[in-house]
Design a protein around this ligand. Structure first.
Ligand SMILES: N[C@@H](CC(=O)c1ccccc1NC=O)C(=O)O
Length: 255
């Protein structure tokens, strides 16, 4: 199915899913010191909500998971503010023009960092609505990595500031956080991107409509370039929701 949008076309039958599947297996990625997700049938005494157990007509599972620690999720500035802000109230549009960039990390004294310079060079002056950052190397074990206590790569404060100043509203990255794992709560990149200067009494120029999506995975065979992004969440009233970002290649810009 070909859709024409403004002056370009996309093939909706060729989605590029950049979310990580969430499962209750040891393959599930984990960050922030938690255990793997739990997906188990409801039980009422002897009764088990599982067709193969013979008592139930349906499979009927409870799921216990954490959006920040168990996979692809999209968060709003409510992740870092005293006051409650919900991603489901702040993200109301779901299609954006996105630039996919591959970024070599800079070794800063054993911190591996996405720098402003690397982003400036990758964006070549483009100012898309969304940026999708694939960090290099791009090993497939990003689908199942155990990040706790590993000091994963993160964004420089300057890099996040540059994205904000470029007017980029949605930041997607294949890391568990845009900030350093253990930073004493400084959260410099989160604050720079959302323009949050006061977490206790939110400043009026904070970017309520900007989102950060973490723990995506963009496979090796997807080339850098401009895509249509469908950024979709589940309707959780929470600072963050598991999400399913999907890219569509732009097939024709001649129209
Ligand atoms: N770096 C923070 C912790 C942190 O960033 C964090 C903790 C739990 C769940 C998510 C987190 N950050 C996600 O972007 C700190 O050291 O206080």
């Amino acid at each position: 199915m070909i859709a024409t949008i403004n002056n370009f076309q996309v093939d909706l039958s060729k989605p590029i899913d950049i979310s990580i599947p969430l499962s209750n297996t040891d393959a599930n990625p984990i960050a922030w010191y938690i255990e793997k997700p739990v997906i188990d049938p409801v039980r009422f005494g002897e009764w088990v909500g599982k067709v193969s157990e013979g008592m139930s007509s349906t499979n009927f599972n409870n799921i216990l998971f954490n959006p920040h620690g168990h996979g692809t999720h999209t968060e709003c500035l409510g992740h870092i503010t005293r006051e409650f802000y919900s991603i489901n109230q702040l993200l109301k549009q779901f299609f954006f023009i996105a630039e996919l960039v591959s970024i070599e990390l800079e070794d800063q004294d054993r911190d591996f960092v996405v720098t402003k310079e690397a982003l400036v060079s990758a964006l070549e002056g483009k100012t898309p609505e969304a940026i999708v950052i694939r960090t290099l190397p791009n090993a497939e074990d990003k689908l199942s990595r155990k990040y706790s206590h590993t000091n994963p790569p993160f964004l420089d404060e300057d890099a996040a500031l540059f994205l904000r100043e470029s007017g980029i509203q949605h930041l997607l990255i294949d890391l568990p956080s845009v900030d350093k794992e253990k930073d004493e709560g400084k959260l410099l990149a989160h604050k720079a991107f959302w323009n949050v200067t006061h977490v206790n009494n939110l400043n009026s120029d904070a970017r309520l409509d900007a989102t950060i999506t973490e723990m995506i995975y963009v496979s090796e065979d997807i080339p850098d370039g401009t895509y249509l992004l469908n950024l979709q969440i589940a309707s959780f009233e929470n600072d963050a929701s598991p999400s399913k970002p999907v890219l569509y290649a732009i097939v024709n810009t001649e129209i």
